[in-house]
Design a protein. Sequence first.
Lengths: 154, 623
Amino acid sequence: MKSPPTRAAVPRSSAPFATSDFYAVRKDTSAFVNQLLVWLLVTICLGGSAGLVTVWMRHQISATAKANRDLAAQLARYDRLFGEARTQVETEQASDKLRHLNTTLGLGLVPMNQIPVVHVTDNVVERLARRANAGVLADGPAPVAGLRVTLPGL
Amino acid sequence: MSKGFASSARMAFLGGLLLLCYAALGARLVWLHVVDREALLKPLAKVRPMLIPEAARRGDILDARGARLATSRSEILLGVDPHSLLPRDERKWVELAALIELPEAELRDRFQPRFRRAGARGEEGDDAGEAPVPFAVPAARGGEDEQWPITWVKLREDVSESVYERVRRLDIRGVYGIRHYRRVYPSNELAAHVIGYVNREHQAAAGIEAYADFYLRGQQGWRVGERDGRNRELPQFASREVPRRDGYSVVLSIDSTVQDIVEQELVQLAARFEPRKASIVVSDLDGFVLALANYPSFNLNEFNRVPKAEEARMKNAAVADIYDPGSVFKIVPAAGALEERLVTPQTVLDCTVSRLAHRGRLLSLPAEDHKMGNLRIGEILSHSSNRGAAQLGMMLGEERLERYARAFGFGAKLGFPVGGEVAGILHPHQRWYPIDITRIPMGHSVSSTVLQMHQAMAVIAAGGVLLRPQVIREIRDAANETVYRYGRTEIGRAVSPRTAAQIAAMLVGVTRKGGTALEASIEGFDVAGKTGTSQKFVDGQWSKKHHIASFSGFFPAAQPKVVITVIVDDADHKAPGGVAYGRTVAAPSFKRIGERLIPILDIRAGAAAVPALLVARQGGGAR
């Protein structure tokens, strides 16, 4: 009994289904599934990548926002510490504390009074002008520099 | 030829399964994010959002030289959530107790977890309860018998930043602080009645603090964000943010150095005479107050420790209490009579007469302290003749005397911004008793504040103009830029510059030999001023044992730089001779203050005006 020819042994043109779309359909189905799987993998990869990128971006945004907030907090902290130090200095400079220190440390500082102040009662400008022009108007030799001070109306 | 891996039905099945899982995942995501979104977000929306307020820093109050009279310091209200404490942190408790200066036993007591019934809110007092904002977590609703954990117990409320840093380094879970600003007054008592204070509820209660609160307080900031499960802020989810705006600074005309001199003088006065009250005001010629102090006073940092019975010391007596101005008022009838040309400086009045007719009535004139004779107008002032002043008043008549008194600032508020200023008492002349025309010119039957007396004298110093007394020079923003500057404000003209100059020249006689206040004279300077001694109304009658001593004056008389007024209330028991005269009690204070102000304010006896233009030419003389 002659066994039926195998699919490989039978030329396609002489095969019983040679005229049908059997192979084409199978090939198409395989191609479709292949493509589907490929696209599925590609989509998963792309989706995964996009997800990772999104997560990474969100993390970066969070990290940046946190860093900004931390920096602002640090600035505020320095401001507060500076303010505290300044207040401390101002408090230590209060008149009563300085007087107490003066007594405690025996510094002997006394309040300013009018005695050391020498008031020039005459017109200062005229006096300076007189002094500047003294050499020029005197009988003796004139000063080398020729700067003269003149008062309006004089 | 390869069949391809997809040729297998199992592979196709696997692909389909993956697709199905993918679809299921997608469907679930859609379900969670679209369909069930509201239900899922509802509990989260209650817990995650947080409103974080950001307290604005209250502006500073500065003196004329830039020294801080009031400032804000960041402090921490330290508390603990006893239910969050961990056993591993227990060894750090001792160190924490030492840091915040709390006995260890008390600290351990506060660390004990406690509960309260749902209906018993606030029974434990202020130190325990729910955490203040922003740490408040909405508690679950329950029945009246449900036990609620107490999640906030106060440990200390005035922890400094540096101490809090060390507390944080201990890293004790459950111990946390809430920042707030506390008002600090570095100079303690200095200018207490002018500066005022901010109370424990952060409300500006008095003084400049209350008057300029609008500028000082700033604007609180806030941001809406979300928090994680550990109550930490998630900055990336911050949705709205309004930055805080720190308060403006207020620059006063008060000069700390002058104020300190004045307050030291008050201390000396108090030690020497033990008066009931005393006030000193120093101002420049533009109406700006350089110093204003009262005795007794109080420490601004300890305003809440002033005993209830002594709360009167917190009152600004210089503007809120009224006195009979006494002889200081005599400048009003004298200036009025000169201005109306009823008299000249050379006019002589008989100050020995005891009765005079006025509007058809014979009025008795007030008694004199010592015998007077015929006096010129200047001598009436320098000898402080009551009868001379009465005659000047009678010459003016009721209507004009009242008008001049009001023009000098009596009987109405001057518009001083702080201290609860009162108007004093000056009745309309239609309501005067007939005798009042003889008493008001010597400063009786009229009441005024210390500041009114001071401004009346300042009218003479300022050339006849009544100025509004002011204490604020500038408003500055947080960047120290000036946003508003206050200037000299004239209320009105009382008398002409000529009359003012005449009165000023007459008042110089008061501090010269033969005047009533030689004690107020300052060597090398012409001092113009007027003493005042008025009886107090005690137990329904004018007392001869209780007086108000005053001296108000300015110098140099020709070109005044500073006006000083000293009022001492009821210093008789320690005064020489048992009577507190303005000459013996107030005038020496004027002198001491004046002498110390000379170098500080660079006051010169009579420097000539400096020519405006100095022309310097190179190589030759005038062309």
